[in-house]
Design a protein around this ligand. Structure first.
Ligand code: CAA
Length: 264
């Protein structure tokens, strides 16, 4: 891969967007490679992903402005669909994806982070949707996901003003869950990913599906989705062993404290 690095540490996969000359901006090739990388993740053994950007300055500085500058209406729409399709794939990816945002997350960079399950960032990070200053709308999901994450009023303010915000403000409005000194960001992301990967894998995937699908429907339909997925967990190794472990601990607190959940 030319623009994407992928490494696996235990049950955690780390995907790094690596196009330093353009602050990791997303052109069609980067997007294609990103999709291929997600398609190649071994879901039998990898239980959580971290998505980050190469270098210490930028997560992703947006879609590639040079490439977009000469696009026709049809090409612009197709480019938006390409980005949206891949970001939807990330959002619906069976295992959790943590965005470790290590600098600029502008335009498509903010948008890709919002397609991830969890966002944490460095204190050097900067977020924004600068598109209206470039004569376009956000095009990789920004008009949809930002409003869902921080509320319509705040999303409209950020998008209409094209104002960038720093990490502390992103934290305050709920766009990111936590802010770390830059050097502590990846260790924190790995620690969180390892914690997630240490829980029952079938159950974690079911939680992601239930939350994501439930957000799209009424509370009654959401409850039905949850019931199906809750039921599906029973008779799995994770459910049997997780509960048996709790009961063993009750009998004798010295017995195994943490289940080593098998892949399932
Ligand atoms: N597209 C293409 N190239 C980009 C880029 C982008 N989005 N962002 C940065 N680069 C390139 C610069 O052109 C520059 O290349 P050269 O060295 O060849 O000139 C290199 O990366 C370094 O950038 P700067 O010299 O500008 O670095 P800086 O530290 O002075 O500024 C920055 C950093 C504030 C992020 C600035 O680069 C910037 O504003 N970038 C554009 C951010 C932006 O507007 N993103 C939204 C794009 S639109 C979008 O994403 C649409 C969508 O929703 C799909």
């Amino acid at each position: 891969m030319g623009f994407i690095d992928y490494e696996v540490e235990g049950a955690v996969g780390i995907i790094t967007i690596n196009r330093p000359k353009a602050l990791n901006a997303l052109n069609a090739d980067v997007l294609t490679e990103l999709e291929q990388t997600f398609d190649a993740v071994d879901l039998k053994t990898v239980r959580c992903l971290i998505l980050t950007g190469a270098g210490d300055k930028s997560f992703v500085a947006g879609a590639d402005i040079g490439a977009m500058s000469t696009m026709s209406k049809e090409e612009g729409k197709a480019f938006g669909k390409k980005g949206n399709d891949i970001f939807l794939k990330i959002e619906k990816f069976p295992i959790p994806v943590i965005a470790a945002i290590n600098g600029f997350a502008l335009g498509g960079g903010c948008e890709i982070s919002m397609s991830c399950d969890i966002r944490i960032c460095s204190d050097t990070a900067m977020f924004g949707q600068p598109e209206v200053g470039l004569g376009i709308t956000p095009g990789f999901g920004g008009t949809q996901r930002l409003a869902r994450l921080v509320g319509a009023g705040m999303a409209k303010q950020l998008i209409y003003t094209a104002r960038n915000i720093k990490a502390d403000e992103a934290f305050r409005i709920g766009l990111v869950n936590a802010v770390y000194p830059l050097e502590e960001l990846m260790p924190a992301a790995k620690k969180m990913a390892a914690t997630i990967a240490g829980n029952a894998p079938f159950a974690v995937r079911a939680c992601k599906k239930a939350i994501n699908e439930g957000l799209q429907v009424s509370i009654d339909e959401g409850a039905a989705i949850e019931e199906d997925l809750f039921g599906a967990c029973f008779e799995t190794y994770g459910q049997r062993e997780g509960m048996a472990n709790f009961l063993r601990k009750k009998d004798d607190p010295k017995k195994v404290k943490k289940v080593a959940f098998l892949d399932e």
